[in-house]
Write a protein that binds this ligand. Structure first.
Ligand code: ADP
Ligand code: MG
Length: 376
């Protein structure tokens, strides 16, 4: 039965987490990424209220949150609810008037593992709030709005990839996104292949600061390239030959950071072609190169991720393995032949546990659909 604070029917919106197959640290360089939505998602259940309050709770979090939608100066509080609240704030800043709402969040996306639980929360929330407020937003606008919520309200300088794929995912397909133009194209996950995500269960504390330093290194590289006469706005515009010509004008570390980004953009393009051709050999080779480049040039891997990739590539049925996400812990992505998945999990799990004393979580998934209403 509805209480006084509720009106209207309950509706449920679901938005997936994601895994990036290849194209790491290319997004903020206006380059290319190739993520797939995963079969783990956030469900936002929403009912509208008579008043102008937004009440939010989340399964697994004890404290609830309650806000006035007319608060003239909403501030982030360092609380989990900053993410859904930021979405409400950005929707209203964009000129939409929200109904009061009760929002209840459930999730199967592991938090902080690099599978983008935050974007899934934002996108599911945005879809739910829009629906009960009769706001009609396309997926592109929805993704951009959720990114703004994370950039402006939460204060995380994330790129557009996570929110974009959570909106645009398609069952059976990865999506190659041009992070400059936001043009995108679907690429089929090869038949008979499962996406197997191995969670190292570690998150090294330096991740945040190192991320900002990598961004600064990339910006320094762009400045050096521009001074050397190349018309570059972002690393996306530079070739490896451009970089080599400008190499003497930048620190060696900056050179290696740029080499990773420029080469990674090329790898994304070639990976897309390999997926269209069903050429798993090439795809796997590109994933291996990507991992090496992230480890040696971009220096964002860690012993646990290197171990997981090393174990994966010596296991039968593996067709490609690399670290995925921001690095310094988090997950690897593995392309594994369907019939080999069970033995792959046993082998990797046993050896990783033995070497590190930590039991990895392993998630098996196909490429999933993006945000949608759950019509139960
Ligand atoms: P991830 O890689 O999972 O996106 P982030 O640090 O970017 O990691 O986002 C994690 C944050 O997102 C959490 O600290 C919390 O604030 C929010 N979040 C994620 N999942 C949930 C959930 N199920 N309920 C409430 N908040 C969540
Ligand atoms: Mg996140």
């Amino acid at each position: 039965m509805n209480t006084a604070s509720e009106q209207g029917a309950q509706r449920v919106f679901e938005a997936p987490g994601r895994v990036n197959l290849i194209g790491e640290f290319t997004d903020f360089n206006e380059g290319f990424v190739l993520p797939a939505a995963i079969e783990r998602s956030v469900q936002a259940t929403v009912t509208s209220r008579h008043d102008r309050r937004l009440h939010i709770r989340s399964e697994g979090f004890e404290d609830t949150a309650d806000f006035d939608l007319d608060d003239p100066e909403p501030q982030a509080a360092g609380h989990w609810s900053d993410y859904p609240r930021g979405v409400a704030v950005e929707l209203q800043r964009a000129g939409y008037r929200l109904n009061g709402a009760n929002l209840s969040i459930r999730s199967t996306v592991p938090i902080g593992a690099g599978l983008s639980s935050s974007a899934a929360v934002e996108v599911a929330t945005a879809a739910a709030l829009c629906a009960i407020s009769e706001i009609s937003l396309g997926h592109r606008e929805l993704a951009l709005l959720c990114q703004r919520a994370e950039n402006n309200f939460v204060g995380m300088r994330c790129g557009i990839m996570d929110q974009f794929i959570s909106c645009h995912g398609e069952a059976g397909y990865a999506i190659m996104l041009d992070c400059r133009s936001l043009e995108y194209r679907q690429f089929p996950v090869p038949p008979g292949i499962q996406l197997v995500i191995c969670n190292s269960m570690v998150r090294h504390a330096l991740a945040g600061g190192e991320y900002n330093q990598r961004r600064e290194d990339c910006e320094a590289g762009v400045r050096a390239l521009a001074l050397s006469g190349r018309p570059v706005r972002a690393l996306r515009d530079a070739t490896l030959a451009d970089l080599d010509r400008a190499a003497s004008t930048m620190p060696e570390r900056v050179y290696r950071r740029c080499r990773h980004v420029i080469a990674e953009n090329l790898r994304v393009q070639r990976a897309g072609e390999a997926m269209l051709d069903g050429d798993l050999e090439t795809l796997g080779g590109l994933m291996a190169e990507s991992h090496q480049s992230l480890r040696d040039d971009f220096e964002v891997s860690c012993p646990e991720l290197d171990l997981l990739v090393g174990l994966a590539v010596s296991t039968p049925g593996i067709r490609g393995a690399r670290m995925t996400g921001g690095g310094f812990g988090g997950c690897t992505i593995n392309l594994v032949e369907e019939e080999a998945v069970a033995s792959f999990i046993c082998a990797v799990s046993a050896k990783y546990s033995k070497d590190t004393g930590v039991v990895p979580e392993i998630y098996v998934t196909g490429a999933a659909a993006g945000v949608h209403e759950d019509l139960q």
